[in-house]
Design a protein around this ligand. Structure first.
Ligand code: PMP
Length: 459
């Protein structure tokens, strides 16, 4: 492992058992209140990213805690092949109604990777049942992220993870994501996105359309691309390409779903590019329980059910406590109009970030949708040059941020191949005043980081 990519930077929870010697101590969590996290020494940190874009309702939400307590006093677990549960019925009903036609049946699991595995296995079994057993390849995007189990990782575009785990996975084609900040020569954002959509069709034709099962993408990117949003025409193009070749379009909405981008699903921003399958997790339970779901149509479920049912399942499918939390979260998302608040506060935060970019030399790009935002850090705003690999340890920015009372989620992609960014994705419950505090503190963090880089001769 090269020194610039220490285990502590890899993120995704490895820190707990793989922190390098000498890594700075993390604060120890004592409690949470709304957008604030408080450590055992009494320091308060504004949660600027909802952890890994999960805590959509903030911390210690009284209605969710009350729902958890009420459910705990009734039943926490009952196996879904033996018992129905009210929690499961209410959660599935709310989820189906919010996700809307064509995505109104949920296979409920305990996280994003499981939900992606379930989605691609369901698509495969459906293809087999309808006599299209030659279809198995799932095309993904480079870069892209869909989870860390081997099936979900196989369809993810992360060169570093593939170097390590590639031999254990079945290789599938990947096509470029329409990155918008550093474009190939002679391209505009639009023309590059058109070329990326064309690359999907070329890959399908090269592989043989009858072998391709699905195309999976994050409609608004997460950590892999730093909240990448493509031009509208891209979504329509990939939808048409998938339809033309009988391929299922899967939107991974693990980060973007449940109100995060200003609509319940990010897919709702592009009604003419509706996916066949959507995958949710994270905000679905807002971090109050491990929960995820693969959403498909009633028609697909009916077809597979008539042929004997989905040959797949986990002990914690439709977990009763998980479903009770999910139902309470969705009730709150609807009643408090959290998607609407995400759109409003997202616009405000974006303005503040753009204002910061005007005076801080490190801020190269601000992008995203609703409260799924990211800022890209650069050594030079004009050339868009990246900060040298050894100077940009995300843990370093995270550490400066802690000193300013800000909890940040940072990423340098695959050994710096794509860039460096900070996710700015606070809880959807954030107020305008708290957005102001977040932006002011972030400005101070970036000023400190810029001063450090100046003293090191980088800026
Ligand atoms: N897909 C996306 C887009 C994600 O952001 C994540 C988590 N970061 C996953 C899938 C995997 O979810 P989990 O970590 O819950 O397995």
């Amino acid at each position: 492992m090269d020194s610039a990519r220490q285990p502590a930077e890899i993120g995704f929870g490895l820190q707990a058992f793989a922190r390098p010697p000498g890594a700075p101590r993390l604060p120890r969590i004592a409690r949470g209140e709304g957008v604030w996290l408080i450590d055992t020494e009494g320091n308060r940190y504004l949660d600027a990213s909802s952890g890994p874009v999960a805590s959509n309702l903030g911390h210690g939400h009284p209605r969710i805690l009350a729902a958890m307590e009420a459910q705990a006093r009734k039943a926490v677990f009952a196996y879904p092949s033996q018992f129905e549960s009210e929690a499961n019925l209410e959660f599935a009903e709310r989820l189906g109604r919010l996700a809307g036609p064509g995505l109104d049946r949920a296979f409920i699991v305990s996280g994003g990777s499981e939900a992606v595995e379930s989605a691609i296995k369901f698509a495969r079994q459906h293809a087999v049942v309808i006599g299209q057993g030659s279809r198995w390849k799932v095309i993904g995007r480079q870069p892209g992220y869909h989870g860390n189990t081997l099936g979900a990782l196989a369809v993810s575009g992360d060169e570093h993870a593939h170097e390590i785990f590639g031999p254990m996975m079945r290789a599938v084609p990947r096509v470029p994501a329409p990155l918008s900040y550093r474009l190939p020569p002679n391209h505009t954002v639009e023309s590059h996105a058109r070329a990326c959509a064309a690359a999907l069709e070329e890959a399908i034709l090269r592989e043989g359309p009858e072998t391709v099962l699905a195309f999976i993408m994050e409609p608004v990117g997460g950590l892999a691309t730093g909240a990448l949003v493509a031009p509208d025409s891209y979504y329509e193009a990939v939808r048409q390409i998938c339809t033309r070749h009988g391929i299922k379009l899967i939107f991974d909405e693990v980060m973007s779903g449940a109100g995060r981008t200003g609509r319940f699903l990010a897919a709702d921003h592009w009604p003419s590019a509706r996916p066949d399958i959507a995958v949710l997790a994270k905000g679905l339970s807002a971090g109050y329980a491990p929960l995820g779901a693969a959403l498909v149509s009633a028609e697909m479920v009916g077809t597979v059910a008539a042929a004997g049912g989905f040959m797949h399942g986990f002990t914690y499918n439709a977990h009763v406590m998980g479903c009770a939390v999910g139902a309470a979260v969705l009730r709150e998302v609807e009643e408090a109009d959290l998607a609407g608040n995400s759109a409003r506060m997202g616009a405000l935060l974006r303005q503040r970030l753009e204002a910061l970019a005007a005076h801080n030399p490190l801020l190269g790009d601000v992008r995203g949708l609703g409260l799924l935002l990211a800022v890209e850090l650069v050594a030079d705003q004009n050339s868009r040059q990246m900060i040298p690999l050894e100077k940009v340890a995300p843990s370093r920015v995270q550490q400066i941020a802690l000193r300013h009372g800000l909890a940040l989620y940072c990423r340098r992609t695959s050994r710096g191949a794509y860039g460096d960014w900070l996710m700015l994705s606070p809880p959807l419950t954030i107020t305008a005043e708290e957005v102001g505090i977040l932006a002011t503190r972030l400005g101070a963090v970036l000023d400190d980081y810029a001063n450090e880089l100046r003293s090191e001769g980088v800026l």
